[in-house]
Every structure is written in C-alpha cells, then in structure tokens.
Design a protein around this ligand. Structure first.
Ligand code: GLN
Length: 195
C-alpha cells in the first residue's frame, strides 16, 4: 500500500489524513525530517503559510523538502501549501520552497470575499464540476513554462496547477466529500501513464 505523508505542523492536516484513509493508502502526519523517508507522496495542507513556513525552518524541513521537490517526488499543496510550493509570493515575508514555477498572491481575494465557494470545471478530473472551498485563499498570478493550469475561476484567474509530479490548488478539497483531486494525486504517485 502506498504511504502518503501530510505535513502536520499547523493547519488542516487532520482532514487530509481522514480523506486519504478513505482511499486505498496509508496516511501519516509528518513533523520531522526523518519521517519523510519511505513515503511515496506528501501533502502540504492549508493553514497559515507564514506559520507553516516558520515551523518548517524550526523543524529543519526546508532542505529535505526542497530536495524531494527537485527529485520529482509527488507533492500536493492546498491553499497555504500552494503558497509554500510557489517560486514567488506577494504578501509573504519569508521565502517559500520555490519548487513550482508559480507566482501567487496571498490573501488575494480581499476582505469582503475572503471566503467563498464556487464550482470549478477541472477537465483533468472530468464532470461534474468540483466544489471549490476558498478560505482566505491565494490565486495564481503567473505560471512558468512547464506548468499547466488545471482550474480557473470564470474570470480566468488560475486556482490549480500541475508541474510534473507537483500539484497545487488555492482551495480546500479536504473540506469536501469529493475524493477526485486526492485520487488524481494518487494517480501521480502511482505513476499512471495517462496522467
Ligand atoms: N491565508 C492563508 C495564508 O496566507 C491561507 C489560507 C488557507 O490555507 N486556507 O497562508
């Protein structure tokens, strides 16, 4: 059975673990560098990117995580997780991992609408649309070559992307009952040829 870790420094890691356990994988909370060994994939959850980023440093996780990203290890980041995977972030005072060639804006939707839900067309997972839960979410301002935007808001703003074996989304699939984005990530972990 594949082993998937969920970074458990702060934020919505419990929900990811619960959802992964409904799929056919073993899921573990990860806090220490040595716990990254022997995993097949990792999720960086939503929460506060400044807090998670600070704790990543305190727990000596920056170098091992960057190393994994460079090796093509499967990693999925949701919301704050997307912020931390990005190369450039506006509104974050610490350096993100810089693993994905993405420029994102933190807390991009402003105060009035800083939390909202909307259905998203995501061709890679097919119909029906995916219910996106956005909580003080970032959005994607620019993607580099080799990054595919997987989902957009009706106004064209990118809210999910894939680069190689890395997947990032501005919303929270772990707060829905829809397993499709986690299954999509697991198909990357399994190295399915059609992805
Ligand atoms: N606003 C948070 C941040 O900037 C992200 C919110 C979330 O993960 N739900 O880190």
């Amino acid at each position: 059975m594949k082993k998937i870790g969920v970074l458990a420094l702060q934020g919505a890691f419990v929900e990811h673990i619960a959802l992964l356990r409904r799929l056919d994988v073993e899921a573990f909370p990860i806090r220490l560098p040595q716990e990254l060994e022997s995993l097949d994939g990792l999720i960086i959850p939503g929460g506060e990117s400044s807090t998670i980023g600070k704790l990543m440093r305190e727990y000596d996780l920056m170098a091992p995580l960057s190393g994994l990203c460079n090796e093509g290890f499967p990693i999925m980041g949701t919301c704050a997780g997307m912020i931390l995977l990005a190369k450039r972030v506006s509104g974050l005072s610490l350096e993100p991992l810089g693993a994905m060639d993405l420029e994102v804006r933190r807390n991009a939707f402003g105060r009035q609408v800083d939390s909202f839900e909307t259905d998203l067309e995501i061709p890679d997972i097919g119909e029906p649309p995916f219910h996106g839960v956005f909580i003080r979410a970032p959005f994607i301002e620019r993607v580099g070559d080799g990054v595919a935007v997987l989902a957009r808001l009706p106004n064209g703003t990118g809210v999910a992307a894939r680069q190689g074996n890395m997947l990032a989304m501005a919303f929270h699939p772990e707060l829905t009952d829809d397993l499709r984005l986690h299954s999509y990530f697991l198909s990357i972990v399994n190295g399915d040829k059609n992805q």
